[in-house]
Ligand binder design. Structure first.
Ligand code: FRU
Length: 475
C-alpha cells in the first residue's frame, strides 16, 4: 500500500523534474548521483553474482533531503554505473521515517542487508533522549532485485542503558565463523562511541562490548562505523560529529576518519591509535568499505557533509543534490591509509589527450582542457614549492610543507582546506562536471570537493620550481 503510494509520487516527481535534472550542466559523467532529489551515504556495498552493488541513502522527492529510501546502482567494472529501481522503502512501522544506513554481507547465494529503521514520534521531543526509535532490521535477497520481508533484530531496548536513542548504521562482517556487527552511537551524556554485537546465525545478536568511545575531542556522536583489516591490522573507520577544529584539521562541520586499533581485554576493547581524517576536502562523509573478490578493500564515500550550510550546491535549483565518490582502493603504508582510485577507472580514459614535461621556473599557461571531465596527473621533480590553477578559480599550492586547496566563487562558500605534508611528489586529479577528487602522492592525502565553475576553463596554469611531467586524459 505505502509502497504503491510512494511509487506514484516518485513517478510524478520524475516526470516533472527528470528533464531539468538531466539537462543540468553540473550533472556528472562518472559519479553516482541521485536520479532526482537527494543522495547521502553509500550503503550495502558488495560484489554479488558478478556485479558490484552500491545502494545509497536516497530522497527522490526532495533535493533538500527527506524520508530516506535505499536507491541502487550497479556496475560491472566499478567505473560505469547504472541506476536500478529503488531497493528499500520506508514502509513498516519500524522504519516509517527512513530506511537509514547499513551494510551487506554476502553468504552463499544470499545477500543479507542490515540497516537502521528510523522512527520519529510526533510531539514535543528532542529526538535524542525521547521520541525516536532506531531499529536494526534485516532483509535478504538472492538477486538484489527482490527483497525478503523485513525482520527487526534489535531495538533501542536492546542497547546498553547509557545510550541515547541515537544508535545506528550497522556494519556486519564475518570472522572465524562468527558474525560481528558494529553500530555507531551517542551516549546519554553526549559521547560518541561504538557498540559491538555477535551472532552465530545472522539472526540472533548478543551484545558484546563498547570497544571504543570518545576520550578526548572525539565528538558527541559517531556515525557509520566500519571495522576491517588491512595487512592484519584492525582499522576502525567512522564519522564523528562534534570535534573541535584544530589548525588545518577537522575544519568541516563533521569529520570522517580512521584509527588503527588492537583488540584487547578478551577482544572487548579496541586500543586505538591516532584519529586521522581520511579526506581533507570540503565534501566527504560517511564512507563505507567492502572487500571484493580480488581481495581489495574498496571505499566509497558520500561527497557531501550533513549540516554543511555554508557550502552551497546550486544544483538544488535543478532538483538534485550531492553525489558519491569514485571507488578507491585502500592500502596501508607505514600505518597510514592510502586511497588509490580503483584501476578499472582507466577504462574511462579516452586516449592520452596531452603529455608534456616542462620546467616550472617561468609561469606556464597551458591550453589543454576541452571539458571539465578529465583525469590529470602531475609528477614533480625537485619542486619544494608550486602553485597550480585550473577550472577558473581553483588553486592548488604547496609551500612551507603545507598543501592547500583554495576555491573562489566556484566553491559556492567553500574557501580553503589544507594539510601539512613533508613532500608532494605527485598529484592526480579526477575532475567531473561539478567535482574534483585530488590525490597527493598516490593517495597519501585526498581532497574531495564539489566545484561549480561557470564556463569551461581551457587552461592549466603552473608556477614554482623544478620540473613537472604532465599527463591528461579526457574522461
Ligand atoms: C550519516 C547519517 C547516518 C544515517 C543516515 C540517514 O550521514 O546521518 O548516521 O543512518 O545518514 O540518512
Amino acid at each position: 500500500m505505502l509502497r504503491a503510494k510512494f511509487d506514484k509520487q516518485i513517478k510524478e516527481c520524475m516526470s516533472e523534474n527528470l528533464e531539468l535534472v538531466n539537462n543540468d550542466k553540473w550533472r556528472n559523467k562518472y559519479h553516482i548521483m541521485p536520479p532526482v532529489g537527494w543522495i547521502n551515504d553509500p550503503n550495502g556495498l558488495c560484489e554479488f553474482n558478478g556485479g558490484y552493488h552500491c545502494f545509497y541513502q536516497y530522497s527522490p522527492l526532495n533535493p533538500l533531503g527527506g524520508e530516506k529510501f535505499w536507491g541502487h546502482a550497479v556496475s560491472k567494472d566499478l567505473a560505469n554505473w547504472e541506476q536500478r529501481d529503488i531497493a528499500l522503502y520506508p514502509d513498516i512501522k519500524e522504519d516509517i521515517n527512513g530506511v537509514y544506513s547499513g551494510s551487506a554481507l554476502v553468504k552463499d547465494d544470499t545477500v543479507y542487508f542490515f540497516y537502521t529503521g528510523n522512527v520519529k514520534y510526533p510531539g514535543d521531543h528532542d529526538y535524542i533522549l525521547t521520541g525516536r526509535e532506531q531499529n536494526v532490521i534485516l532483509v535478504t535477497s538472492k538477486d538484489c532485485v527482490n527483497f525478503s520481508e523485513k525482520k527487526v533484530l534489535l531495538r533501542n531496548s536492546d542497547f546498553p542503558n547509557n545510550m541515547s536513542l541515537h544508535v545506528r548504521d550497522p556494519k556486519v562482517w564475518e570472522e572465524d565463523g562468527i558474525y560481528y556487527m558494529v553500530l555507531g552511537a551517542r551516549t546519554k551524556d553526549d559521547k560518541g562511541c561504538i557498540l559491538l554485537y555477535k551472532s552465530n546465525d545472522l539472526y540472533n545478536w548478543e551484545f558484546h562490548s563498547i570497544p571504543a568511545r570518545n576520550i578526548n575531542n572525539m565528538g558527541y556522536m559517531w556515525e557509520c562505523p566500519d571495522i576491517f583489516k588491512l595487512d592484519d591490522k584492525y582499522i576502525l573507520m567512522f564519522s564523528p560529529q562534534g570535534m573541535e577544529a584544530d589548525g588545518y584539521k577537522y575544519n568541516n562541520v563533521y569529520q570522517s576518519g580512521y584509527a588503527i586499533g588492537n583488540f584487547i581485554n578478551d577482544n572487548t576493547q579496541l586500543k586505538l591509535g591516532e584519529f586521522i581524517e581520511i579526506d581533507r576536502g570540503f565534501d566527504f562523509y560517511a564512507p563505507q568499505t567492502f572487500e571484493d573478490s580480488k581481495g581489495r578493500r574498496i571505499v566509497i564515500g558520500w561527497m557531501g557533509v550533513p549540516d554543511a550550510v555554508e557550502h552551497k550546491n546550486p544544483t538544488i535549483d535543478k532538483f538534485w543534490q550531492h553525489q558519491l565518490t569514485i571507488p578507491r582502493e585502500l592500502i596501508l603504508k607505514n600505518d597510514k591509509i592510502y586511497q588509490i582510485p580503483v584501476a578499472e577507472l582507466e577504462v574511462l580514459r579516452k586516449g592520452v589527450a596531452y603529455k608534456n614535461e616542462i620546467s616550472l621556473n617561468d609561469k606556464s599557461i597551458l591550453d589543454i582542457f576541452e571539458s571539465n571531465t578529465f583525469e590529470l596527473k602531475i609528477d614533480f621533480i625537485n619542486s619544494k614549492e608550486f602553485q597550480i590553477s585550473l577550472r577558473e578559480d581553483c588553486t592548488l599550492s604547496y609551500k612551507n610543507k603545507v598543501f592547500k586547496l583554495e576555491l573562489g566563487k566556484s566553491g559556492y562558500g567553500r574557501d580553503m582546506r589544507a594539510v601539512e605534508i613533508d613532500a608532494v611528489n605527485s598529484i592526480r586529479i579526477f575532475s567531473d562536471n561539478s567535482s574534483l577528487e585530488i590525490f597527493l602522492n598516490d593517495g597519501e592525502e585526498v581532497f574531495s570537493t564539489r566545484i561549480y565553475n561557470d564556463y569551461i576553463d581551457r587552461t592549466l596554469t603552473l608556477i614554482g620550481e623544478g620540473i613537472v611531467k604532465i599527463e591528461k586524459w579526457n574522461l
